[in-house]
Design a protein. Structure first.
Length: 322
């Protein structure tokens, strides 16, 4: 709270490169939406990677660690006036910046009533902010889960508030090994999103324990710290900024591998939908998918965008992309 509320006043105050990694180029619709966001909101934004999933029209979205509200105001435009975006953050100063500009953005977007709201609170306990079970289609998070001491509680809460078929789409920083207590207690390294980074293998075990399907890696890019003193402290540990998708798919929704055909109906992705590092779907093409992907597509908001059929003959093997 001190680091993000007092120590940092703008993104230039960051002491490493950890929070300025961009995962992949932004779609034109996202770039256009960014231009409508108030300059103070953008200046007080410290995220990394990309947390703008596809197929958002009329969705209810929750942003964990929403900070100054940049991603919320971006998503507000993409879900439309019939959708809704909730932001929650532990730093009061950041929440105040986000709330201050609600009227400005609704006027800018041409909305008659606000489709965004912001809460001061903790992502480990969303119930304190009144967030109910199965109330969101998507949970997003941009480089903040590493700041939570209890990652398991964060994922458990995200799973709770997601509707069946819902998705957690989040960017964060991961470590190549479990970090020592000395590093974990270093205040600057923690504030810069490195000391709290999860060992990447632990994400897979925690996600499964909570109830999610295995994580789908979307993008990953190495992080350079760019600070000699801090580099010597972390030694041979390596860090990566990665975006993952986690789906809440209930059992019995799909039994085996299949074939899918994308109908090209998602705005901004009409010709091709790059779903993750393993699967890319071109309009009208038949793609073999494993049982996990078939279950995800059939149970989620993507179901109406695909023709999905069972097919054992050309079944894709489960693909790992670690």
């Amino acid at each position: 709270q001190d680091y993000y509320g007092k120590e940092l006043q703008k993104s230039e105050d960051l002491k490493t490169n950890a929070c300025i990694t961009s995962a992949r180029p932004l779609a034109k619709v996202v770039r256009d939406a960014l231009e409508h966001i108030h300059e103070e909101v953008v200046a007080r934004y410290y995220g990394c990677g990309l947390v703008i999933p596809e197929c958002l029209s009329s969705c209810r979205i929750l942003d964990l660690g929403s900070g100054s509200g940049r991603d919320c105001y971006l998503l507000s435009q993409l879900v439309g006036e019939q959708g809704h975006v909730t932001g929650i953050d532990m730093t009061e100063g950041q929440v105040e910046v986000a709330k201050k500009h609600i009227a400005y953005h609704m006027d800018k977007f041409g909305y008659r009533k606000p489709n965004v709201e912001f809460f001061h609170g903790y992502m480990e306990n969303l119930g304190d902010a009144g967030l109910a079970d199965e109330s969101y289609d998507i949970v997003v998070s941009n480089c903040v889960i590493n700041l939570a001491p209890d990652k398991r509680a964060v994922l458990r809460e995200a799973f709770r508030v997601l509707k069946p078929g819902g998705e957690m789409y989040f960017s964060d920083i991961y470590a190549s090994q479990r970090l020592s207590e000395t590093i974990r207690k270093h205040q600057v390294l923690w504030g810069e999103c490195l000391a709290g980074a999860l060992y990447w293998r632990d994400l897979y075990s925690i996600a499964e324990e909570v109830g999610f399907r295995p994580p789908c890696l979307v993008t990953a890019s190495p992080i350079t710290i760019g600070n000699k003193e801090l580099e010597s402290l972390v030694g041979d540990c390596r860090f990566v900024s990665a975006t993952f998708r986690l789906f809440k798919v209930l059992g019995g929704s799909w039994a085996g591998p299949g074939q899918v055909i994308y109908n090209g109906g998602i705005v901004g992705h009409e010709r091709e939908l790059v779903f993750d590092a393993n699967f890319s779907f071109k309009e009208g093409e038949v793609v073999d998918v494993d049982a996990e992907m078939a279950a995800i597509l059939q149970s989620s908001r993507f179901a109406e965008e695909f023709l999905i059929r069972a097919d054992g003959a050309n079944a894709a093997a489960l693909q790992g992309c670690c």
